[in-house]
Write a protein that binds this ligand. Structure first.
Ligand code: GLV
Length: 388
């Protein structure tokens, strides 16, 4: 399997290896994909301030979050269906993250179940939770995450109802169910023989492991999709945080905050941290990029809790930019799944190495030797560059 030199290369390699509907699901966003593009472009447009002749021979990337010292302030964010991009993909990703000393987050709608990832990766990980109507099911899911000693619960709040992803309709992943859609996906799978061998033949079951209790063993992707569409709960309010808190004693992270008022409310509701996120440009198209939203959220929170962020992060330079804008920790999304799709565990491990190396260069050339030195001082505020 080919090695990429950058996250961009891994995107191209994943595109060549994955059936179109899987690649499209990772790569695409909602509606006209304006926010998807803004996430990347706004972040990359932020100019860093080059500083020289400081002793930067020793650089320490390590950071503490939720009582654990991580090798760098970077984790793998939750991605639905990630495990279909490589054989038992979430297990492979959890192994790569664990070996690199960074957290992996398992999605509710992952291919591998909580128990499978715990057993086969031998690593502790974080778990991401959606609000579904069936509170009994949620209670059980939280209990399973507790049992697996998950290190944090990321409660996703920006998906009370799904944004339309037209690319997924075109690819046959969503929209038209039944024989025709299956046939279309089958054609796309057969055109990717390496993936067929790795995942199609050796990567079974092709299900959403955490949902098989409710949807049924041996169900197809369409059945899981229908269950999700019928069960997401749009009536959720801040009160639900109390309920989750009563079920979950560990770090509780509210994921999907873009507005300073919501950030204040998350703090008041007793969350331990937030993730500034617009769901990777997959929900409300037209909302601001996370890079633009972050400084205002950071002002509102004023250091009272950690702020995680995702959206548009494609390099270690982007991680440094996010930290300079006020984040404490940065989640990768597409970056790690492209690598998983291209090269499995080795790809994810390599992307984490790339991010580490890129961060070191960005820190050396902005004159920072530790994570706590990265602040707005590393941004170029000369006036002709975007600094938000
Ligand atoms: C799920 O969270 C998705 O964005 O598809």
């Amino acid at each position: 399997m080919r090695r990429g030199a950058s996250v961009g290369d891994y995107r191209a390699l994943a595109k060549a290896r994955l059936p179109h509907f899987l690649f499209q699901y990772i790569d695409g966003g909602s509606y006209d994909e304006v926010t998807l593009r803004r996430n990347v472009e706004d972040l990359q447009s932020i100019a860093l301030r080059q500083r020289v002749l400081r002793d930067v021979s020793e650089i320490d990337l390590s950071t503490e979050l939720f009582g654990t010292r991580w090798t760098m302030p970077v984790g793998l964010g939750p991605i639905g269906l990630a495990g279909l991009n490589a054989r038992r993909g979430e297990v492979q990703a959890a192994r790569a993250a664990g070996a690199a000393g960074v957290p992996f987050t398992l999605s509710t709608v992952a291919a591998c179940s909580i128990e499978e990832v715990a057993r086969d990766s031998g690593r502790r990980f974080w778990f991401q939770l959606y609000m579904v109507r069936d509170r009994g099911f949620m209670r059980e899911l939280i209990a399973r995450a507790r049992e697996a000693q998950c290190g944090a619960l990321l409660f996703t709040v920006d998906l009370p109802t799904p944004g339309a992803r037209y690319g997924d309709t075109r690819s046959g992943l969503t929209g038209s169910h039944g024989f025709k859609a299956r046939l279309r996906r089958m054609g796309q799978m057969l055109s990717r023989p390496d993936w067929c061998w790795d995942v199609g033949v050796h990567g079974k079951p092709h299900a959403m492991g955490n949902l098989t209790n409710v949807v049924g063993e041996g169900s197809g992707l369409d059945d899981f999709g229908t269950w999700i569409a019928n069960n997401f709960d749009a009536s959720v309010t801040w009160k639900e945080i109390d309920w989750i808190r009563s079920e979950w004693p560990g770090p509780l992270v509210v994921k999907g905050i873009l507005d300073p008022d919501d950030a204040r409310q998350a703090l008041a509701s007793g969350a331990d941290a937030i993730v500034v996120s617009n769901h990777g440009g997959r929900q409300l198209d037209g909302v601001s990029s996370t890079a633009r939203a972050l400084p205002r959220v950071a002002d509102a929170i004023a250091g009272q809790m950690p702020i995680l962020v995702d959206g548009g992060v494609r390099s270690g330079l982007d991680v440094v930019r996010m930290l300079a804008l006020g984040a404490s920790f940065v989640l990768l999304g597409r970056a790690w799944v492209f690598a998983l799709g291209a090269r499995g565990q080795a790809g994810v491990a390599h992307v984490l190495k790339l991010v580490d190396a890129e961060m070191r260069v960005a820190m050396a050339l902005t004159g920072c030797t530790s994570i706590d030195q990265i602040n707005e001082q590393v941004l170029d505020r000369s006036g002709n560059q975007a600094t938000f």
